[in-house]
Ligand binder design. Structure first.
Ligand SMILES: O=C(O)CCC(=O)C(=O)O
Ligand SMILES: [Fe+2]
Length: 295
């Protein structure tokens, strides 16, 4: 069991947000509650087993690797990494689903130019989907809500400065090469409201995630493997971040996804119904939009 988990009571396994957010359907919300109840039961079982001395090896790294038990690292207040959020099988299943969604001829990662050539829709090497959760369908929404709740719960147990968050939007990015993303802050209306955390899942290749609170600060490198999640909220919500994708063939499922995919979850109720405006953002659009906001 993880150190941070030892002190948590079963109550911490309920969703930190009791109210159903607007972007989440009643059906999906019911399923999330059920999933949380399943976790409470699972957790209680582990606690009982630990008390009875049946799981004395639970803390060893070896056991963690075998079972892919999550581990939590607080890097600074509001900035937390949750490693190994799910089983590899569950991760591969959701990656396959996201690739299927991303392959859609008009609503996925690609667009067709005037000459009829299919190309990625954000940059030459990046495909992008930004939509409300319902767009991704029941199966993906279930996975998203369940794993986001787990990441937020674990992060909050380790870091009192991390606010609660239930997502209503998901950004899905596909990177076809080792080119990552330049340093920026998530400041747009579609990037989320208040200091609720951005919850960002890494799939496929490993990355070096570079962070700093201000331009004066030295950058800190955080290595993220597939299945790891980084959260930034509260005092770290406006952190500068960039991504350098590892050159090696680090994807554990090279046939399925030899490249990289990122899933970023956000609470952005103010733009519900206006997703079309944010659907085909290209880096140059962000620049002009931010300029307009400053004016
Ligand atoms: O790909 C990533 O991990 C980061 C993406 C990102 O920071 C963004 O889209 O704002
Ligand atoms: Fe970002």
């Amino acid at each position: 069991m993880d150190d941070t988990e030892k002190t948590t009571s079963a109550m911490d396994y309920s969703s930190p947000v009791e109210e159903r957010p607007e972007g989440v359907s009643k059906k999906a919300w019911k399923r999330l509650k059920k999933a949380n109840m399943r976790e409470i039961a699972k957790k209680t079982k582990v606690e009982v087993a630990a008390r009875e001395g049946e799981s004395s090896t639970m803390n060893t790294t070896e056991t963690r690797e075998e079972t892919r038990e999550p581990a939590v690292e607080m890097l600074r207040p509001g900035l937390v990494v949750v490693r190994r959020i799910s089983s590899r099988a569950s991760e591969e299943a959701i990656v396959a689903k996201f690739l299927e969604i991303g392959n859609h001829p008009t609503d996925g990662f690609y667009e067709t130019d005037a000459d009829g050539n299919r190309k990625l829709n954000s940059t030459l090497t990046r495909g992008r989907i930004y939509r409300e959760l319902a767009f991704y369908g029941d199966e993906a929404t279930d996975w998203i809500l369940e794993h986001c709740a787990k990441a937020v719960r674990l992060a909050r147990a380790a870091d009192p400065a991390m606010p609660a968050m239930v997502p209503d939007h998901a950004l899905l990015l596909y990177y076809s090469t080792n080119r990552g993303i330049k340093e920026h802050r998530d400041v747009g209306a579609n990037d989320g409201e208040g200091d609720a955390p951005i919850v960002s899942f890494n799939f496929g290749k490993s990355v070096v995630y570079r962070v700093r609170m201000s331009k004066e600060e030295e950058k800190t490198d955080v290595h993220l493997d597939p299945g790891d999640v980084i959260l930034f909220g509260g005092p770290a919500r406006m952190i500068y971040h960039s991504v350098k994708i590892c050159r090696d063939s680090s994807s554990p499922y090279p046939k399925l996804l030899p490249d990289r995919m990122n899933l970023t979850l956000r609470y952005a109720p103010s733009i519900l119904g206006r997703e079309e405006e944010f659907r085909t953002f290209k880096p140059a659009d962000i620049y002009w939009k931010n300029r307009k906001e400053v004016k």
